[in-house]
Design a protein around this ligand. Structure first.
Ligand code: PLP
Length: 413
């Protein structure tokens, strides 16, 4: 039987209760003005979030999925194009590629960061594609389709290695759209520029999600694109609003992809607290790291490269007997998660791409060993200690009876 309270995976109640007065005031303001779509609350949030990301523009949208889709479309991805991303992400990344009319394709991840491996991206372009000098484009050798964009995913709140990815993108004339849906406030140190950059300010555009469980979450659905390109922002403002910049003058066919004013108002309230919440997450992550040190042979903690300040959307460990450990934790009253159990190339939805098991070995092995532990700003040290104690208990008792398979080394380059 669980001892004491159940430890939830995430706490969506406490932060909203703490801010209830301010949040309810947003709702009352909307009710008293009737401003439900667009208007000052949306503009105010867009300004604040652009500043937070050190980006020139922010365009509020209905979801992170719309953000990836509109960013790709506005940046110039066309029907029939190929967009390269990773199989180790939430399906929204590739859904958005398909919704933009393109075909998603994959390269494997780095075994330490779980983000796109730039060497694999280069290998894909060199080996699977031919370079056409006159069109300044890479084309897939098998289908002849042009490869026009890359979507690095800043998974779990840690940025992909953007210097390398941006360099490859320059060489092969690729659009870069960051999927920053899990990385609000994450930072990347560019050795090229010799300075830190915010997630969302490095590609042509970046997509953010404000799904409730994200580091900055709305009280419903919401998302945004950030970009340093005002023309691109203008195009996304059109796409989100039925292709119009002026009411009933439709330059293109667009979508209904706007951000609700109430959600924007709620997000503005919460954004003020995001730096503190991010610090709390980072402190909790360091504390987990420290507490797991004695288990370093059995538990691989998140990799901390010098060039990244992660925001720990998730705290993901890697262990040999993931399912058994998850069951052990559940029995002890501790919720955990798996992000994500089946890589996208092995999903039924992507059978048509023709990939088989073994196509992306790092993503596949990671998917079978990763476990996301409780991580949220309000997580107490007492709860955290209990999580770690149960992992230790499992490792000293349960794991011994299981067959041992080697872990991918977290230290090999
Ligand atoms: C959450 C998420 C999305 C999609 O965001 P929604 O707001 O749910 O549409 C896209 N990519 C990644 C990596 C995500 O985590």
């Amino acid at each position: 039987m669980p001892s004491g309270d159940r430890i939830p995976f995430i706490d969506l109640v406490t932060p909203h209760q703490e801010l209830a007065i301010e949040l309810v005031a947003v709702f009352e303001k909307a009710l008293s003005t009737g401003g439900f779509i667009g208007g000052p609350m949306v503009e105010e949030f867009e300004k604040a979030f652009a500043a937070y990301c050190q980006a020139v523009e922010c365009v509020g949208l209905a979801s992170g999925t719309d953000a990836v889709r509109f960013a790709l479309m506005a940046a110039g991805v066309k029907a029939g194009d190929v967009v390269v991303t990773v199989p180790h992400t939430f399906i929204a990344t590739t859904e958005a590629v398909s919704q933009a009319g393109a075909r998603p394709d994959f390269v494997d991840i780095d075994e330490r960061t779980y983000c796109m491996n730039p060497l694999e991206l280069r290998r894909y372009l060199d080996e699977k594609c031919r370079w056409d000098e006159s069109q300044n484009r890479a084309f897939l050798k098998d289908s002849g389709a042009p490869v026009t964009a890359v979507v690095p995913v800043h998974i779990y709140g840690q940025t992909a290695d953007m210097d390398a990815i941006l360099e490859i993108a320059r060489t092969y004339n690729l659009i870069v759209v960051e999927d920053a849906c899990q990385a609000h406030g994450a930072e990347y140190f560019s050795r090229r520029d010799n300075r830190w950059h915010q997630a969302g300010s490095m590609g042509q555009a970046a997509a953010f999600s404000f799904y409730p469980g994200k580091n900055l979450g709305a009280c419903g659905e919401a998302g945004a694109v950030t970009t340093n390109d005002p023309e691109l922002a203008k195009m996304i403002r059109k796409l989100r609003d039925h292709g119009q910049a002026r009411k009933y003058y439709h330059d293109v066919e667009g979508y209904n992809g706007r951000l609700d004013a109430i959600q924007a108002g709620l997000l503005s309230v919460k954004l003020k607290h995001l730096p503190m919440w991010t610090k709390q997450r980072a402190d909790l992550a360091s504390r987990y790291d420290e507490l797991f040190k004695s288990l370093s042979a059995d538990v691989i903690a998140p990799y901390k490269p010098e060039w990244a300040h992660a925001v720990y959307h998730l705290y993901v460990i890697r262990v040999r007997h993931r399912e058994a450990l998850k069951t052990h934790l559940a029995k002890a009253g501790i919720d955990s998660g798996i992000h994500y159990p089946i890589p996208l190339h092995l999903q039924k939805a992507y059978e048509f791409l023709g990939y088989k098991e073994g196509a992306f070995p790092v993503a596949e092995q990671s998917a079978s060993e990763i476990l996301s532990l409780p991580m949220y700003p309000q997580l107490t040290h007492e709860f955290q200690d209990r999580v770690v104690q149960e992992v230790i208990k499992y490792m000293s008792e349960g794991a011994i009876t299981n067959e041992v398979t080697p872990l991918i080394s977290a230290t090999t380059p």
